[in-house]
Design a protein. Structure first.
Length: 350
């Protein structure tokens, strides 16, 4: 992409953003993605030139460039092709659960523009894993093996925490044949008690069961699909050490750091700051970097880290890599900066 094209896309988004920000955050989300689908189908995505190739080998997978889409933007896999047209090095979709669920009551997503932040308490709203897999199968991205597709799995809200592993195993079984890698999300703050799975004994049990299932499925499908664990930023040095020990013991293929935070220190006093849910965007940047640094100190080169949280510029992406990540993912930054952020981050990391 030329500098002129990048500036044109940035300028276009600067005109569109005030309209989108005048809408409820979830309403804007539900308007933008179908529109992106239509633009991609009409060939308008050709106006966006992909970042220059910058392949990275991570988890045994070749990523075309190190800038990926984080899970959460496309929970059901309805917009894979449109999102891929923006030039991401990988697309992660979900979180998906075994059964369809509506998620938490609306409103459940809030922008805090003064802090370049978003609070959400969506609650894994999705159409269930069978519909999810069907959407993946119907995408050109999957059919033509166009790139790296991460499938993010979770548990239903009404599944007791002591039976959570059953939900993860069910989803892993369903998505395994279609994934480049599978992410196990145990870190959303919006499903009751979910983060309890980050505890030492709970995590040990879950990872043991998932690793056994992964080996069985690899034999069945004659293809090894890596497993990554997505963790929270709200953990201290001792918890990082314990989680890292579990990752090493079970030979998990990757770790995604981090999900959203429950902390409100960085947004205290702002409108919507007291809304329940996970806080993303700029306020989670340093929290996630601290977790990445802690993980890197414990894991070394044994397990790769994917850095997520508060990336709003190319220099932010560089900081994630400097902290110890090998790849980065974007979400909230796209809402505030638009699709030109993908190229900016890719150029900064090349």
């Amino acid at each position: 992409m030329t500098r002129t094209q990048t500036m044109s896309i940035k300028l276009l988004y600067s005109f569109v953003r005030p309209f989108l920000f005048s809408l409820d955050a979830e309403q804007a989300h539900n308007l933008t993605l179908p529109l992106l689908n239509k633009m991609a189908a009409a060939g308008m995505s050709r106006l966006i030139t992909r970042p220059q190739p910058d392949p990275r080998q991570v988890m045994g997978i070749t990523f075309p460039n190190p800038v990926g889409l984080a899970a959460g933007l496309d929970k059901d896999g309805k917009y894979i092709d449109a999102l891929a047209s923006l030039g991401f090095g990988s697309i992660e979709i979900g979180t998906v659960t075994p059964r369809a669920q509506a998620g938490n009551p609306k409103p459940r997503m809030f922008r805090l523009p003064q802090a370049n932040a978003i609070i959400n308490r969506m609650g894994f709203n999705n159409g269930g894993v069978d519909a999810f897999v069907a959407n993946v199968q119907h995408s050109r991205f999957y059919q033509d093996r166009q790139g790296v597709l991460g499938l993010n799995i979770g548990k239903n809200a009404d599944t007791p925490i002591e039976r959570a592993a059953e939900d993860y195993l069910h989803c892993l079984e369903k998505v395994y044949p279609y994934a480049s890698y599978v992410t196990v999300n145990i870190s959303s703050p919006n499903t009751k008690n979910l983060r309890q799975l980050q505890g030492v004994s709970e995590l040990d049990d879950l990872l043991s069961k998932l690793k056994n299932a992964q080996q069985r499925l690899a034999d069945l499908h004659k293809r090894y699909v890596p497993l990554a664990l997505k963790i929270a930023p709200d953990i201290d040095a001792e918890q990082i050490k314990l989680i890292a020990g579990n990752l090493l013991r079970h030979q998990i293929d990757g770790v995604i750091a981090t999900n959203t935070t429950l902390s409100r220190d960085a947004v205290a006093g702002l409108h919507f700051a007291d809304e329940a849910g996970g806080l993303s965007g700029s306020p989670v940047f340093e929290l996630s970097n601290a977790v990445i640094r802690g993980l890197k100190a414990e894991l070394g080169e044994a397990i790769p880290i994917i850095g997520v949280g508060g990336i709003l510029s190319g220099s932010d992406a560089q900081a994630k890599i400097a902290a110890g990540a090998q790849l980065v993912q974007l979400y909230s930054g796209l809402i505030y900066q638009g699709p030109s952020l993908i190229q900016e981050c890719a150029a900064a990391l090349k």
